[in-house]
Each structure stands twice: as structure tokens, then as C-alpha cells.
Write a protein that binds this ligand. Structure first.
Ligand code: BES
Ligand code: ZN
Ligand code: MG
Length: 508
């Protein structure tokens, strides 16, 4: 049995009583005459002045320093977190500072900490509720450490940590607390997605993911879950998902989640479709050994969809949302599908398989057609689809493609608000031409060039006329290099904040 991951409880208060750590944010240009600076510096007999003079802390972004209070303030330790220049302050500045403080707190193995990182942010420019939400999301994000299979006591840490967000003004505290409630749900569910992605493929296979989805639905009011098992997929003639899943002992399945609130702003449900390849070896077109282990995360799209559904239901957002998660394992064996095979997808369109490693688009073809049949509009799919997208964008942004300008704009907006970056790339037209087969309707690979765009174009054929967007999250599956300073280096649970924000915006 794995041990439980670190549990976090977030509270808020107008002042701190006692804490093992107090985290405070300072800009690089915060003056010693500033109230907070002056107060702490005086209490600590000029220790902050001294730190600055010695050059040990300059307030630059990401810099931290720990001071031991010796009983001079209520906290055992003071953690200073650099916020960079005040003129550059943004919500993202706050997010990263809170993540960093949370991560440092875990490193110091404290079981409670107080945070006062937002205090120098201009009240006129930053909304208090938004601040609360970001702080809570960031506490969860920064505290997360994937250590459920580390048994050695050397890595001992408390089972749970209490975080208190401090805000002296009652009125502001109220708003911050409202934000914390929302951010707490989003942060927790995002970490749920990270754990699903981080868990290896011997533990998370299609049937197990289905079990987890069912359990999640049972535990979440308003959420229902049904599973299409392999025989049901066969009856429905879902040739894409069946072909990809044909090589593995772990049989494929489709996980369908529905959130149908009593009052909803939309008639046609929003459709979220996730790629959940629990392990992508490439199949008979097998991948090189190096980094193949990372393909346990090829179900990150499905994980993002499942976790988002939980968040949307927990937040009781008045929006109908259906989710389709295509779960398979792509493995070479005597029963695998082969290069050269022609398969008939659920839509009736035929596909010549030229490379069994281009499997994501085959399962999404069936997933999108199914979502369309459920009446979903618009549909958004999310998938670790192509290495080419990572080549194009680096590891900082996900690719965004689609057939509808308005939807693309809405997703871009949600991306900016949620701090999960996407970049619009083209699809359709010439790209689609590359995907036409001489002996079937489509083939599953294009030329060497523009792989993210040809992949998306293929998928777009199955959305057909329905407004649709595709998020290629291959670039952002794991924490990118700059992120590792304030977050766990494995799965970053990309997509949960983006989807939840998108749905929140639907209500506005
Ligand atoms: N799951 C991979 C894409 C991927 C690569 C995700 C690296 C994360 C990191 C996908 O199934 C795949 O293998 N794509 C192929 C497509 C190609 C055969 C057209 C790829 O990117 O090489
Ligand atoms: Zn894949
Ligand atoms: Mg593949």
C-alpha cells in the first residue's frame, strides 16, 4: 500500500497565534520604511537590514531567506520570499511566491505555517477574492511532492500540514476566504490529476482508471460515471480505441462522466474529451528505450478531464459538462494492431495505420464522435499528442488548435486567467491534406514537418462541424525547468485550472 500524500488544510485569520514558520513576501524595491518591513526588522533587531547588507537576500523573484526568530516574533522562523520589482507584480508573481514558500515549508518539515505573501500587493490592482483563490491553488501546487512510494524514514515528513493565510483587514479577509474556498478545490483536484499521472502503469491501467473515476463520481455530489467496457466498445464498433488497445492484457475502456446540475447556463453540454493512454510504448512502432518510462504519463489528458469534472461538480458550477476519457494501453504483442492495418473508426471513417505510435488520435477519433453523439457542444479535447508540439513550443506552453475562432479566444482567455499557458497553432487546410490516405479516408501520420498541426487536423475530422478545440499538452506534461524551483518536478496536472476557469467564465 502506498502511503498517503501530504494533506493540506488551509485556514485564514486576521493574525497569527503561533506558527513554526511565517512566510512574508518582499519586493526588491520594498523600502525599509515600509510598514511590514519596518515592523519585522525592528522586532528582529535589524536582522532583515543585515541580510540585505550582506547580500543574502535582495527580494529578487524566487529568492528566499530563513531567519530564526528566537522568540522575538510569534513564529519560530521567518521565511522571506522575493517578489521581484513591484512594478512587475502580477497574479503569477503571487502564485509563484506562494508555491515557493509552500515548497520550502515542506523542505523544513513543518506541520504548520502562516502566510503573509500578498500583503504588499496593491489593493486597487488586485482583487482580494482572486488573491485568495490563487494563494490556495498555489499552496496545494507548491506543497505537492510525489512520494507515496518512498518508504525510507530518512525522508520522514509530517502527515499533514496546516496553512493559515493571514489578512488583518476583516473586509479583505472575507473576500480572500471566499477565494480560498474555490482555490482549495481547484488545488486539490489538480494534485489529484498529478498523482494519477505520476503513478506508474503497473498501477494505473484502463480498468483501474475506470475504478478511480467511478469512486470519484460516488464521492462527488452531482457527478455520475458509466464505463463502456471492451465488449460494449465492440458492439458500438469503436474501431479506433479497440485497435490501439488490442495489444494489451489490460483491456481498453471508455469512461463517461456526466455533470448535470439542476440549473445550467447551457442547454447542450460542454464536452471534455481526454486521452488516457496508460502506457504508450509506441506499440509495434516501438519507441526508443530512453525516457520510455515517461510514457506512464500519456494518460495526463484523461487525468486532467477527470480531475476537472470533480472540481466543476464540487464547485457546483451551473454548467452541464460531459466527459469522455479514452483509456487504453499501447503495447506490442501478438495481438497488437499493425502498421498497414486499415481500421474503421466509430464515425465510419476508415484510417490506414502507418505508425502505431500515433495512437492518441485514433482513440480520440472515437471519443470525439461519441461526445458528439451525446450532444456535446462545444467539445474540447486534451491530449499528450505529439513530441512535435514540444519541439515547436518548448516545455512552457501547450498547443491550442481548433475549428472555431470564438472558442479559441475563450480558451486563450481562460488560459491567461488560470496561469496555464497555451499557444494557438494552425490546423486544417494543407495540414489535413497530408493526412489523406491513398487506400483509406485518412492515414494516421503526416510528413516530418508540423506534426502537432497534422495530428490536430486528423482529430478535427472527427469533430466535424461541431465547434471544437484541441489542446496538445505534450509540452507541459511535466514541470518545466523554471517551475522546478517552486514545484515538484513530475506531472504538473496541466489542464485542470484551465478547464475550471473556462467553465467559470461560462457562468459570467
Ligand atoms: N504520447 C506520444 C507523444 C508524446 C511524446 C507525449 C513525448 C509526451 C512526450 C504520442 O502518442 C506519440 O507517440 N506521438 C508520435 C506521433 C508520430 C508517430 C506521428 C510522436 O510524437 O513521435
Ligand atoms: Zn501517446
Ligand atoms: Mg504514441
Amino acid at each position: 500500500m502506498p502511503r498517503e500524500l501530504l494533506k493540506v488544510t488551509i485556514k485564514s485569520a486576521t493574525s497569527i497565534e503561533k506558527a513554526q514558520l511565517l512566510a512574508v513576501g518582499l519586493f526588491s524595491d520594498t523600502k525599509p520604511s515600509e510598514q511590514l518591513y519596518k515592523h519585522l526588522n525592528e522586532k528582529l533587531d535589524g536582522a532583515i537590514d543585515q541580510l540585505k547588507k550582506l547580500g543574502d537576500f535582495d527580494g529578487k523573484k524566487g529568492r528566499t531567506a530563513v531567519l530564526y526568530s528566537g522568540g522575538k516574533i510569534k513564529a519560530d522562523r521567518l521565511l522571506l520570499v522575493g517578489l521581484g520589482e513591484s512594478k512587475d507584480a502580477s497574479y503569477e508573481t503571487l502564485r509563484q511566491a506562494v508555491c515557493k514558500a509552500a515548497k520550502e515549508a515542506v523542505g523544513l518539515k513543518v506541520s504548520n505555517a502562516a502566510m503573509f505573501l500578498h500583503s504588499l500587493f496593491d489593493e486597487k490592482k488586485f482583487d482580494a477574492e482572486q488573491i485568495g483563490r490563487i494563494i490556495a491553488e498555489a499552496v496545494h501546487f507548491g506543497i505537492y511532492k510525489y512520494d507515496e512510494f518512498i518508504t525510507s524514514e530518512k525522508n520522514g515528513r509530517p502527515a499533514a500540514v496546516d496553512i493559515t493565510i493571514v489578512e488583518p483587514k476583516e473586509q479583505t479577509l472575507k473576500k480572500i476566504s471566499a477565494g480560498i474556498k474555490i482555490g482549495d478545490v481547484i488545488g486539490q483536484t489538480q494534485n489529484f490529476a498529478r498523482t494519477l499521472a505520476n503513478r506508474p502503469a503497473n498501477m494505473i491501467y484502463p480498468a483501474e482508471l475506470a475504478e478511480i473515476a467511478k469512486r470519484t463520481a460516488r464521492q462527488t455530489a452531482g457527478l455520475s460515471c458509466t464505463i463502456l467496457n471492451e465488449s460494449q466498445l465492440k458492439i458500438k464498433k469503436m474501431g479506433g480505441i479497440l485497435a490501439v488497445g488490442s495489444g494489451s492484457e489490460h483491456r481498453p475502456c471508455m469512461i463517461v462522466l456526466k455533470y448535470n446540475p439542476g440549473k445550467a447556463v447551457n442547454k447542450k453540454p460542454l464536452g471534455l474529451v481526454g486521452k488516457a493512454v496508460c502506457f504508450d510504448s509506441g506499440g509495434l512502432s516501438i519507441k526508443p528505450a530512453q525516457n520510455m518510462d515517461e510514457m506512464k504519463m500519456d494518460m495526463s489528458g484523461g487525468a486532467a478531464v477527470l480531475a476537472s469534472m470533480q472540481a466543476i461538480a464540487k464547485l457546483k458550477l451551473p454548467v452541464r459538462v460531459f466527459a469522455v476519457i479514452c483509456a487504453v494501453e499501447n503495447i506490442p504483442s501478438a495481438t497488437s494492431y499493425r502498421p498497414g492495418d486499415i481500421i474503421t473508426t466509430y464515425s465510419g471513417k476508415t484510417v490506414e495505420v502507418q505508425n502505431t505510435d500515433a495512437e492518441g488520435r485514433l482513440i480520440l477519433a472515437d471519443g470525439l464522435h461519441y461526445a458528439k453523439q451525446l450532444g456535446c457542444e462545444p467539445m474540447i479535447d486534451i491530449a499528450t499528442l505529439t513530441g512535435a508540439c514540444m519541439v515547436a513550443l518548448g516545455t512552457y506552453k501547450a498547443g491550442l488548435m481548433g475549428n472555431n475562432e470564438k472558442l479559441i479566444e475563450q480558451i486563450k482567455q481562460a488560459s491567461q486567467q488560470s496561469g496555464e499557458p497555451v499557444w494557438h497553432l494552425p490546423c486544417g487546410d494543407e495540414y489535413l491534406e497530408e493526412m489523406k490516405s491513398k487506400i483509406a479516408d485518412l492515414k494516421n501520420i503526416g510528413t516530418r514537418n508540423g506534426g502537432a498541426c497534422t495530428g490536430a487536423s486528423f482529430i478535427g475530422e472527427f469533430a466535424d462541424k461541431t465547434p471544437w478545440a484541441h489542446i496538445d499538452m505534450a509540452p507541459v506534461t511535466q514541470a518545466c525547468e523554471p517551475m522546478k524551483k517552486f514545484a515538484d518536478p513530475h506531472s504538473r496536472g496541466f489542464g485542470v485550472r484551465l478547464f475550471v476557469q473556462y467553465v467559470i467564465n461560462m457562468v459570467k
